[in-house]
Design a protein around this ligand. Sequence first.
Ligand SMILES: Nc1nc2c(c(=O)[nH]1)N[C@H]1C(S)=C(S)[C@@H](COP(=O)(O)O)O[C@H]1N2
Ligand SMILES: [Mo]
Length: 366
Amino acid sequence: MKDKKNGDDSLQPTDGPLTGVEPKQETPESPKAGPEGATPSAPIAIEKPKAGGAAEQRVDADGCPSSSGDHKPRTDEAHPSVAAKSVSAKKPQSFFAEQTPLAIKVAPRILRYRSRRDFLLFGAGALAVLTAGGCLLPQDTLSRIGVPRKIDSPGKEWFLNRALRIDDDVAEALYSGTRILPTYTKSQITPLKNNYNGATPDPGYISGWKLTLDGLASGLSISLDIRNLLSRFSVHEQITRLVCVEGWSAIAWWAGVRFDDLLRAYPPMSQAKWARVESSVNLDASGNPDPYFMSLDLATARHPQTLLATHFNGQPLTVDHGAPLRLLVPMKLGLKNVKAITRITYVAEEPRDYWAERGYSRYDGI
Ligand SMILES: Nc1nc2c(c(=O)[nH]1)N[C@H]1C(S)=C(S)[C@@H](COP(=O)(O)O)O[C@H]1N2
Ligand SMILES: [Mo]
């Protein structure tokens, strides 16, 4: 993924309502999202990141358990109070001796469900690691450890894809739809580059831009322009981190309408579990049309921090950042944050995904 910049940074849509964020519908929970001096929207729990945030803590907590030869039977002296309570008087206890099992009451149904799921997840993961890991070793290493057959590249690729798929499934199983991502203050904002993978589209598309909605319960296809969106829905601000798979991230100030509000106003057909979010104005590196399309599960679309962003830094989005409407899903990698959205289609089955088709994850959670 390369950074291509040929867009006009200063270009902004000329439409009246776009020159400021003025929500038409004010609700008590959505303070006016003014360009200056506004604070992130109230309903979003502000979890101030400490210096050295969760990621670093995780690394710290990840220290290896001591593996020194400390496996002698424990003496009672070491834990006198524990020993006094748990050691049976009948036979002397040692570290290896059979312990009286601790009885924990768990409802049988929960236990069955949990252990089955854990077993499947662990088993699948372990198998994938063994198989994929083994296959990926160089051929001479494999021969040395007695694996004779030459494993060809398609085989490796198949295993890698399976492993990635399992990785995605585990991440998905652990996802909490209610997890609120950290938000930041304006002083923490960092520069955000234009990360169109291909050429930045020519701004000409903006004047005729419309968002089309398909796969609705009504069976209709709906077209909305920016004026429709901004007059109909409350505007919410948020300062969140955008994390790119390429290894950089940026804290950026966005405003826009909640995807959830759009879903309530234009409900998807009942079988729909996914949204396909598309930009038909996307270009490849040579400037040829190259539609960009992403799968988004509806649970993530309904998350309160999932926005259809219209503004960046208190101003209408520039072409560089996806004017006039871009997806903002801070719980997903940058590549899911589709710029210059032109169509959203609700579907029952997981739709195609631009980067998943190019070998990346489908889930892309962070
Ligand atoms: N239409 C479209 N949307 C896109 C991309 C793209 O190439 N085309 N790149 C994605 C990637 S990889 C990232 S990291 C973010 C970057 O957003 P930014 O350009 O506003 O920084 O946009 C995403 N949305
Ligand atoms: Mo990215």
